[in-house]
Design a protein around this ligand. Structure first.
Ligand SMILES: [Zn+2]
Length: 342
């Protein structure tokens, strides 16, 4: 089959070409991939992969949607079924899995990270990872959902859900997860404030429903947030920028509010400001992907048309380097998808 294969670290280690077809193990089904989507983690795998157990060469790609071509005998899946892939092969037996908290599975195995990924004509994953694709979604929209939208869903509605009467501050609205968080905030009628360094990105965010746009180059974010909220601060901050925005996140959240993070693009070691944390009783928690339950909730909402993924551009596998470059330069305005059929 044709695949995007990482042979060694770095841009030069990426090869698009022939790779062995997947050999499904017991309980696994094979999907013919129609579309994938690019995520920051793909760049991390390309350049470092540190802390993630895997061997090279490996097929990259965490997001994918397509058609079942081979399923176990007793499976409810049938050849030709359109499906979306839940990218995490969870064990189903550990304490986290028993709680239904799949992202904390102790034996998790994520495609494109610890096993072969979706940027290929075929992929084999446990049959429980394939969820029926809702009507009305095309392949590219479906492939854009799992990582960015599921991550956003758990951040917004997981541990301490955003409520309709609350205000959320979303740091750096250009990225896929941030755009998804904005859409979800507006879906429930909450007030959304977004930040960016460019007027053009803020304008696009307003088109997606943002109530206020803050250009962080103009004035410190927290100062602008306090003006917009009559000195109260926001109820929730979504921050996957990290070091560069952390101080402003801590200063923008109201006493008793929460900061949710799913990434640290600009670095992972900002000042903790512990005095502010306890004095103002601020909660900080991390989030990554989402549980199977959360995935089904997200797909239900997508099936109702309440959330439609924002697609920036589509790339053929042969042109994957251009897609990676666009993400690296943070030029994307929504999801970068990969057309596996091209
Ligand atoms: Zn488990």
């Amino acid at each position: 089959m044709k695949a995007v294969v990482l042979e060694e670290r770095g841009e030069a280690g990426l090869r698009v070409g022939a790779f062995d077809d997947p050999r499904p193990r017991a309980g696994e089904a094979v999907m013919k991939v129609k579309a994938g989507a690019i995520n920051r983690i793909d760049l991390y795998m390309r350049d470092s992969g540190k802390g993630i157990t895997h061997e090279l060469p490996m097929v990259l790609g965490v997001d994918g949607a397509g058609e079942i071509v081979e399923a176990p005998k007793e499976s409810a899946l049938k050849s030709g079924d359109p499906v979306i892939l839940y990218p995490m092969a969870y064990c189903g037996r550990c304490p986290a899995c028993i709680r239904g908290d799949h992202p904390n599975c102790i034996r998790f195995d994520i495609c494109g990270e610890t096993r072969h990924g979706t940027f290929a004509e075929y992929i084999a994953m446990p049959e429980k990872c394939y969820v029926p694709m809702p009507d009305g979604l095309d392949w590219q929209a479906a492939a854009a959902l799992p990582v960015a939208y599921l991550t956003a869903w758990r951040m917004m509605f997981g541990k301490d859900p955003l409520r309709p009467f609350e205000t959320v501050l979303i740091m750096g609205v250009g990225g896929g997860v941030s755009a998804a968080c904005l859409q979800m905030a507006k879906m429930i009628g909450a007030t959304a404030i977004v930040t960016s360094s460019t007027g053009e990105k803020l304008k696009r965010a307003r088109q997606l429903g943002a109530d206020h746009g803050i250009n962080y180059r103009d004035d410190p974010v927290a100062r602008q947030v306090m003006e917009l909220t009559a000195g109260r601060g926001v109820d929730m901050v979504i921050d996957n920028v990290g070091e560069a925005s952390w101080k402003e996140s801590l200063r923008s959240v109201r006493a008793g509010g929460r900061i949710v993070t799913c990434g640290a693009t600009t670095g992972g070691h900002p000042s903790a400001d512990i005095q502010r944390l306890f004095a103002r009783q601020i909660a900080i928690y991390g989030s990554t992907l989402g549980s199977m339950d959360e995935f089904r909730q997200l797909l239900d909402v997508a099936a109702r048309g309440a959330i439609a993924p924002v697609i920036d551009q589509s790339f053929a596998m042969d042109d994957i380097a251009s897609g990676f470059g666009r993400m690296e330069r943070s030029e994307q305005r929504g999801k970068l998808v990969v057309d596996i059929t091209a």
